[in-house]
Design a protein around this ligand. Sequence first.
Ligand SMILES: Nc1ncnc2c1ncn2[C@@H]1O[C@H](COP(=O)(O)OP(=O)(O)OP(=O)(O)O)[C@@H](O)[C@H]1O
Length: 830
Amino acid sequence: MNRQNKAKTPKKAAPPTKPKPSLSKDPVEVFCRLRPNANVADLTCVRRYNDTTIQLVSPSSPRIELFYSFRYVFPETATQKELFDCVALPLVSDLLAGKNGLLFTYGITSSGKTFTVTGNPQNNGILPRCLDVIFNSIGDNQSRKYAFKPDGQNGFKIQSTPDAMLDLQKEKQYPRAAVATPARTPKIKRKENDENKEWEQREKETTSIELPNFDHAYAVFISYVEIYNNYIYDLLDDTMSDQLKLRQIQQPQSKMLREDSRKRVYVSGGTEIEVKNSVEAFDVFMKGVRRRRIAHTALNAESSRSHSVFNIRIVQAPRDSVKEVITDERFMIVSQLSLVDLAGSERTGRTQNTGERLREAGSINNSLMTLRSCIDVLRENQRANSNKIVPYRDNKLTHLFKNFFEGEGKIRMIICVNSGADDFDETMHVMKFAEATQEVMVTRATDPLKMIFESKERFETFDLRIPSSLLDDPDDDKVFPEWIEYFEERKKNSEIKFLTLHEQEQRFRSQLADMEAENMFLNKQVSVLKADLEVRENQLKTLESKCSHAERMSDNKAKRIEELEKKHKDLQREIDEMNRQLDAFEAEKREMKIRMREQLDHERERLKRIFERLLSEKQAELERQQCLTKEKMHLVKEILNSDNTDWEFLREYRESLYPNLPTENAATASVCPTPEARTQSTISAATVKRKSVADFAQSIATPPVHGEASAEPTSPKISSAPPVVNPRHRRSLSTGTEKWIDHRPPGTLDLGTVLRPKIKNKRSVTNLKELGTNDLKQCSKYALTHHEAVDNGEVETYVFKGEVIPSVGGGSQVIFQDVESLKQNSPPGR
Ligand SMILES: Nc1ncnc2c1ncn2[C@@H]1O[C@H](COP(=O)(O)OP(=O)(O)OP(=O)(O)O)[C@@H](O)[C@H]1O
């Protein structure tokens, strides 16, 4: 259900009574404009009650209805033209009549303030319309350019025609900085050109106001500043924006407020540009808008977070008969119209701003709060007839417009209202402020035109009427001499004036001639410069194309950089992840190392114990073997020293050592023993059977029949015949050069077998006693041959071999290293 249609008794039924204008004071006029809702389905909280009243309905319960009255309420459907005609046109009319005016828009963000002031190419706002009407009205009554020149202290001086022409000439030669455009990239240039073209095609305002005085020459000056964070920045200062662009300065320089000789506040050092038509004026304004963007980039600001002030000043002065401005500054009138687009009035709590934005919001609130305080104090002073100090100086915004509130001109305010229900609270604050504002009475400004027309000086300078005293009685005789005197006086004055004018004319002519000459010279220079310009323009075009190429490249590069940065981030993440894994792995590795070291120590300990056990076993074994070797040595020694008649003790000894050794029948002789066989032979050496020589002799005497032994191994027959020498099986003990001791105890037979050593370099002995100490020293090898009769009639021959080495006691000792044995049948028939 539509809330607006619901008939309810208004809580504040009667709109407030507006202060009645007194003869010398006018109230601040407040107009209200409703912005159409972007989404029709949205809930609204504002309704236009009638032409002057607004109804505000709270969206939540308890339902509150509030009424506020203003000079006029524009509905959502109101056009820009309607608004302009009603609100701004009277101010333009005042402006042309030499009176000041201040028009500001107030409201929350997006309520349509900028739309109302500037608008768009299709819907021109107040500002372009004001410019159109001003120039439509002035028409041909414009002064020559530079006839009026700002004096830098909020005033103007009137220049003589030659001076004005000289300045014009200078401007043509050296285009003014204010008109020059700062260097821009082709992309920005294109954008600006498109924007300009759009605005050029705007529908211009055709209204024209009749000028109050056609004898006057008019000049239009514009200035554009913004107030951001309580600093004032000049938006028409080219040098500043150039420096910003070239990064010579980090931030734009703020401007100071000063008071002129007539206590009027102005922006000190602010740029003021004279414009000759509305297109030029709007072009300058748009440049200001662009510089505002640049300044905001440098300041990290948002456009809607600053107050912008666009000033139009009209300077007018009487002209002479040749339509040149009379250079008498007493008759000059300067009037100003300020169009102010205030920043959004929403409170910080709602916007939830932080950091820089919070500071901005705080600053906006401060300036608007100061404005409210000033309004409150002004109201209070007027109500109570008190004289409290108005805190204009607390903020740049109020300080700048101090003069308006003190009677310098008319003040009008447009409050822009967004009818959305979400903005109820903020809208209510705006309404309250607006209502309070229109209660302030501002002293009406004096009419400067009237003052000048009524002034004595003007009368004396311009009025040619004959004084009425001379016309009282035409018949009076005294009158004529007075007439004559009066006219002679006027003639004299006229002649003086003529002479002065003639002098001025001559001066002007000579100046003109000089200028002509200079002009010709300059024309030549201009043609040279034009040629140069053409070349430069070509260069510029080339550079521009390069620049656009570079821009494209830069865009691509930026994209690439973005991609790479993304990739880099991904990789960084991966690296971080891997580092994390690596750390975990390192920690695990350290733990494992500690564990392994512990295991290693444990294993080492275990092996050490095993090794020590084995070592001790081995040592015991070695000691046992040493004992065994010693025993063997002893045995061999005994054999050597005995007459080898009784070998039984060897058997006993062997059996005592190796009780489990197999019987001799199992042993097989090997002529060329393998290491195992050699070991076996060595053992065999220790297991030499102890047999009597008689047994052996008997075995030789009764040898078994050839082949019989192998045929009947179980019934051995002892052969009594000596072993047969087989001449085919001969081998030498050694083919080396060593000297051998060939020990063959008595009874040793040459059996003709391969065991029979054939040693070249030898000393043969039957008993070792035959050898002297020197003989032993000369020999390095020792061989002992020994026969034994085996039970089955076979003969077993042993050859014990050893190294002769010198002993510690100076003698010699033999270390047996090898034993060879051979079993053979006793050869038959011998
Ligand atoms: N009366 C209107 N008719 C049509 N469109 C409007 C109207 N008022 C405002 N708008 C649109 O609403 C949008 C916001 O308006 P605008 O920028 O003028 O708000 P603002 O009050 O100046 O905001 P800020 O304080 O942020 O500068 C713009 O797109 C504008 O075109």
